[in-house]
Design a protein around this ligand. Structure first.
Ligand SMILES: Nc1ncnc2c1ncn2[C@@H]1O[C@H](COP(=O)(O)OP(=O)(O)O)[C@@H](O)[C@H]1O
Ligand SMILES: [Mg+2]
Length: 321
């Protein structure tokens, strides 16, 4: 008994320094499809990370490798310095997946109690219900719960082992706005106590609102990785459109703040962080006319960064990669 306690304490002391997730060179192929094409990702303890990307980007496959559900074809992944399976068995990580079957004829509380009976040690039932914001509906049948309430039930089940890392794969798909909001409020409140959270989403606003850091994935690769503030800076740019026959895209691209120049016939579109400078240049030093300045929305930046043509290695200004 004493030996167990001591080794647990020793493990806890050294635990502080290890990343919650340390993935290196992860690759996974399904036949000809390279679902994950070389992913390196380290997540520090306490971070709330959004794993953002369009459908088919490879988010779920990456998460499944972190959870030991899928074996990588190449690369390694450790969770709190352990193999994923060991980390799960030891209660270091829990997942909220969309696919977990719930029994409709049990109540919310019965469901959590049943799950708890599978573990040697758990947090108290009422505590996890409270944290997931569903204590008041403990007696409701699962079949009578809304989609959002069912997801909060899965969240409560995931909290039973008091995991250091919580992984959620598109947890709010299909929920209405209010359901999403209360679900994320519960997650966020819980994360404020220090839990590390990694959630996959294709909703830009969820990543924006609820994460400290956004890891943007496209076609099996990480194409941008930065704090939410850094990623937001990316989207603060504007697009300057003008008609300019014989435009010199290289010269335009060299202007300060310019990120991208597109030409379609005589029409140019200059993506820039400094639209004033570009407009001034176009109007004073070129024959440009019909100038128009539009804001880039989150959607357009997301599309730009995840477009097929964007080379995965292109460094994005102001963003770690
Ligand atoms: N079990 C599987 N068998 C075959 N192809 C798969 C399998 N799982 C995922 N894929 C393919 O791998 C790619 C990445 O899928 P996925 O990881 O589910 O992406 P995301 O979660 O970002 O939507 C997609 O092209 C998908 O069709
Ligand atoms: Mg997925």
């Amino acid at each position: 008994m004493h030996t167990t306690t001591e080794s647990a304490a020793g493990a806890a002391a050294s635990l502080e320094d290890i990343p919650a997730v340390d993935a290196r060179g992860l690759v996974k192929r399904f036949g000809a499809v390279e679902a994950v094409a070389g992913v390196d990702l380290a997540i520090r303890q306490g971070e709330v990370v959004a794993f953002l990307g369009p459908n088919g980007a490879g988010k779920t496959t990456t998460i499944d490798m972190m959870l030991g559900l899928v074996a990588p074809d190449a690369g390694t992944v450790e969770v709190f310095g352990r193999s994923p399976r060991t980390a799960i068995a030891q209660g270091f990580v829990s997942a909220v997946l969309q696919t977990g079957g719930l029994l409709k004829d049990l109540t919310v509380r019965e469901t959590v109690r049943l799950t708890a009976s599978l573990f040697a040690r758990t947090r108290p039932i009422d505590e996890v219900l409270e944290r997931a914001g569903i204590r008041d509906i403990g007696d409701r049948l699962v079949g009578a719960c809304s989609g959002g309430q069912q997801q909060r039930l899965r969240f409560a089940m995931a909290l039973l082992s008091d995991p250091g890392l919580l992984i959620l794969d598109e947890p709010t798909t299909g929920m209405d706005v209010e359901g999403r909001r209360s679900f994320w409020n519960a997650i966020r409140k819980d994360a404020a106590r220090g839990r590390t959270v990694l959630f996959a989403t294709h909703y830009l606003d969820e990543a924006d609102e609820y994460a400290d850091r956004i890891v943007l994935m496209s076609r099996g690769r990480i194409v941008a990785d930065g704090t939410t503030a850094e990623i937001k800076n990316l989207v603060s740019g504007r697009i300057v459109h003008a008609t300019l026959p014989g435009a010199d895209p290289v010269a335009l691209a060299a202007l300060p703040g310019v990120e991208d120049v597109e030409t379609t016939g005589d029409r140019i579109a200059v993506h820039t962080k400094d639209s004033d400078a570009v407009a001034r240049h176009l109007l004073t030093s070129t024959a440009a006319r019909d100038l128009e300045i539009t804001a880039q929305n989150l959607e357009s930046v997301f599309l730009a960064l995840t477009a097929a043509s964007a080379p995965a290695s292109t460094p994005v200004e102001g963003v770690r990669s």
